[in-house]
Design a protein. Structure first.
Length: 162
């Protein structure tokens, strides 16, 4: 299961989750093609907010509406009993699912990814803003992405991407 923020502008317009540059980067991190990524029988894609929250006047989108996760995530998790890995994409997903177990910052939480295994794997949001973050945190590419690919491909019974 992939838990992200909320639909962005392009996703809001098309109705297809992760149908933007962030989604392309996420699929690259996972080493998955579009057909596998969007196969609903294999991957559940669940946002923290189910509606477009609107544009932030300072740039980007507003955060997910706070009433969505408490209302929708518990029954969705109950309806998906076979989830073996939940990818927590960004601070909002990490905040909800890890609550008091998360670290002080998103970077510290992602760096401590082993602490949340095997059920959860936290990542930053794959937006263009993450490019600079990845350069400052090379351990993400060296340690987290290979583990993310290994786990995803094992669960999907695929050969790992090189």
């Amino acid at each position: 299961m992939i838990v992200g923020q909320a639909p962005g502008t392009k996703v809001h317009e098309t109705g297809i989750p992760w149908n933007d540059a962030s989604g392309k980067r996420l699929r690259e991190w996972l080493g998955l093609d579009d057909a596998t990524f969007y196969d609903e029988s294999r991957i559940a894609i669940v946002p923290m907010g189910f509606c477009y929250p609107g544009a932030n006047p300072k740039g980007g989108d507003m955060p997910p509406r706070p009433e969505c996760a408490p209302r929708w995530h518990p029954p969705l998790r109950d309806a998906l009993p076979n989830v073996e890995l939940t990818l927590l994409v960004g601070q909002y997903a990490q905040g909800w699912y890890l609550r008091t177990k998360r670290k002080n910052t998103m970077t510290e939480t992602v760096r401590a990814w082993r602490d949340y295994a095997p059920d959860f794997l936290p990542t930053p949001h794959p937006s263009w803003r993450t490019t600079h973050w990845q350069k400052k945190n090379p351990w993400f590419d060296a340690d987290v992405i290979p583990e993310l690919r290994r786990r995803a491909h094992a669960l999907l019974a695929m050969e790992p991407a090189q």
